[in-house]
Design a protein around this ligand. Structure first.
Ligand SMILES: *[C@@H]1O[C@H](CO)[C@@H](O)[C@H](O)[C@H]1NC(C)=O
Ligand SMILES: *[C@@H]1O[C@H](CO)[C@@H](O)[C@H](O)[C@H]1NC(C)=O
Ligand SMILES: *[C@@H]1O[C@H](CO)[C@@H](O)[C@H](O)[C@H]1NC(C)=O
Ligand SMILES: [Zn+2]
Length: 609
């Protein structure tokens, strides 16, 4: 009975509110086999690329804990560090904004986010590229988050330009030197951004290879340090981190150097030599990264013979897992502070009306977990159903057209069930609009999609990387994502938290789908043992052919595309012999793609589930 179900549902939600924290209505977590965290003398928790997902993933049981739960988790982990006389530091490496209604839905953006985010005591924090695309976002970062984290915020290669005076100043301090709480270890920490060039004109990014030649940096790497910690909005396989590594190592042959990266949205870890270790902790607050270093950490004791051991874990942002790692349960885990933060988030979501439903998705539409083209591909759905219907300019509606859409414009799957206001920001967080070039000879226009998808010589010659039209996950996969999980003896079963069930008990629950990461260290990084998720490669761009004549080719078509990919489209046209410039590109239809998509859903999907 729907009524009864609703009553039970809200009773559970109320229970969840009072007992388990997380957000009201969030999916209930499912138990799974677990790997333990390995503690060392110096330990870290790491978030990156949270993109506004501080309410957690309400529709995905595996990642449904919220920022308040993370506040509780960190509190318990710090207490354990204190009890054991070791140290724990929290790191965040940027891209905290853009990609979720909690940040994007307010006007101005971030009205609730800044106060929610600051509740976590992050020890080392830096900037991502998403904090810098729009001048007002960079202003918000400079006026809110930098002061909120004062002595913890680091900007080694980023300047801010004051809008009034035009004065250029470091976004935050260039580096941080401090002692850890319990062992008084001397830490020298840096905070980098990759060599990003797409920032608004109120910030300036210095290429990393130039930063490491600056006098202040050369002085900093000569400070007395027991450990160097380099945090950055930089993929751990990217050259920028290797540049920093070489610069520090040249001066400090024996000192451990720890890297925390991001930007690429994957779980990843590597080493640059036997005394360095680098971890990247995924995206969208699905993952809380863990790193520990053990060994003789006082610099007076460093020697060629004494090495260090490093461990990493990718902790699913799952309440049951957080209970497991702290040995607590639903009644002992939530702290007052954590609960308060969960309440702040719930209030913000309510005031932003993020649960407002545009319609009910009849099935789940995947970005890369289902093949393209295919019935369950979000891109096939766009190509076949949405684009032909929404990409119409009334004055050009009789002109046949090709509508090109870059796959990176979609950022998340659509789950079966209510498609909410929140989902619009999650699925398509961009302000992209449709533009077009009228009356392009069909012989040229038809070739553009293939060129954008790398057929032909174009992109080797091109000054721009084609892959930026797709999602970063698409080009960051090593062979990593799909592999079989071998059972091993160090896996335990999560229950209310305490007792490991020893090696591979028969009672092992059915595996849930999730990350099965393979990185340079091995395939035991994930804290939760999952069944692998399918991953299919999708093209950079897809295309809808609309109103093409049934018999024979049209002479010309309107070439319609998202404004974001204008430079690539012009370049591809040039390769076909079409000399078009920016002045030929005109607005095609009013409204952002996101608004058009929400409108389509409102019209075409049932209102109620
Ligand atoms: C930055 O760009 C804005 C808008 O295009 C412009 O008004 C402003 O003068 C520019 N500022 C600087 C410092 O170049
Ligand atoms: C949680 O743990 C405490 C302390 O170990 C115990 O007293 C309590 O019964 C547990 N509660 C639940 C819901 O398991
Ligand atoms: C939690 O919120 C309550 C009510 O606003 C407040 O009295 C209390 O001090 C807060 N506790 C913490 C630890 O933030
Ligand atoms: Zn990001």
């Amino acid at each position: 009975m729907p009524l009864k179900a609703a009553v039970i549902g809200s009773a559970l939600a109320a229970l969840a509110r009072t007992v388990a924290a997380a957000q009201p209505g969030a999916a209930q977590p499912v138990p799974a086999p677990m790997r333990d965290l390995v503690w060392g003398k110096l330990n870290f928790l790491h978030t990156t690329d949270t993109h506004g997902w501080h309410a957690g993933h309400l529709q995905e049981a595996q990642y449904s804990a919220d920022w308040g739960d993370y506040v509780s988790f960190a509190k318990h982990m710090r207490a354990k560090a204190d009890r054991d006389g070791v140290d724990l530091l929290l790191v965040d490496t940027g891209d905290r904004v853009e990609g979720n209604g909690l940040y994007d839905a307010s006007s101005p953006k971030g009205e609730y986010y800044y106060d929610i985010y600051r509740e976590q005591a992050v020890d080392l924090i830096c900037t991502g590229n998403h904090e810098l695309y729009i001048a007002s976002t960079a202003d918000g970062e400079h006026q809110r988050t930098v002061p909120n984290f004062k002595q913890n915020y680091i900007a080694s290669n980023l300047d801010y330009i004051d809008p009034e005076s035009g004065e250029r100043m470091p976004m935050a301090q260039r580096y941080r030197k401090f002692q850890t709480k319990n062992q008084k270890l001397d830490v020298v920490a840096f905070g980098f951004l990759f060599d990003f060039t797409g920032n608004a004109n109120n910030t300036a990014v210095q290429p990393v290879r130039e930063t490491v030649r600056e006098q202040w940096f050369q002085d900093a790497i000569r400070e007395e340090a027991d450990v160097f910690v380099v945090i950055g909005h930089v993929g751990v396989q990217m050259p920028e981190f290797k540049t920093v590594f070489r610069a520090i190592r040249k001066q400090n042959p024996l000192t451990p150097i720890l890297f925390f990266g991001g930007h690429v949205h994957i779980r990843d870890a590597t080493t640059y030599d036997s005394r360095s270790f680098a971890v990247a902790s995924g995206r969208y607050f699905e993952t809380i990264g863990w790193m520990s270093i053990d060994g003789e950490l006082e610099r007076t004791a460093f020697s060629e013979d004494a090495g260090f051991t490093f461990h990493r874990r990718y902790v699913d942002n799952n309440l049951l897992g957080l209970y497991y790692h702290t040995g607590l349960n639903a009644s002992t885990f939530p702290t007052d502070h954590g609960r308060n933060v969960s309440t702040m988030i719930a209030k913000a979501r309510e005031e932003l009306d993020l649960d407002y439903a545009f319609g009910c998705a009849p099935k789940t539409l995947w970005m890369s977990r289902s093949p393209y083209p295919g019935d369950n591909s979000i891109y096939s759905w766009l190509e076949k159903e949405v684009l032909p219907d929404v990409a119409i300019n009334p004055s050009r509606k009789d002109v046949p057209r090709l509508v090109i859409f870059n796959t990176g414009a979609i950022r998340f799957d659509i789950f079966k069930g209510a498609f909410t206001r929140d989902a619009t920001y999650i699925v398509s967080p961009f302000l992209s609009t449709f533009t077009y070039i009228p009356d392009v000879p069909y012989s040229m226009a038809r070739k553009v999609i293939k060129l954008l998808n790398n057929a032909g010589p174009i992109m080797e010659a091109a000054p721009m990387d084609n892959r930026f039209m797709a999602n970063p996950e698409q080009f960051a996969i090593h062979e990593s994502i799909i592999h079989e999980e071998e059972p091993s003896a160090d896996i335990h079963v999560q229950s209310s938290g305490q007792k490991p069930l020893g090696a591979m008990a028969e009672k092992r629950p059915r595996l849930t789908e999730g990350y099965t990461t393979r990185d340079d260290i091995g395939n035991d990084g994930d804290d939760t043992v999952h069944a692998p998720v399918n991953f299919y490669v999708v093209p950079n761009c897809v295309q809808a052919e609309v109103d093409l004549p049934a018999d024979g080719d049209p002479k010309t078509v309107d070439l319609v595309f998202l404004d974001f990919i204008t430079p690539w489209v012009l370049m591809a046209l040039r390769f076909t012999g079409g000399e078009y410039g920016k002045e030929d590109v005109q607005p095609y239809i009013k409204g952002t793609f996101t608004e058009l998509m929400a409108g389509w859903i409102e019209k075409n999907w049932p209102k109620q589930c």
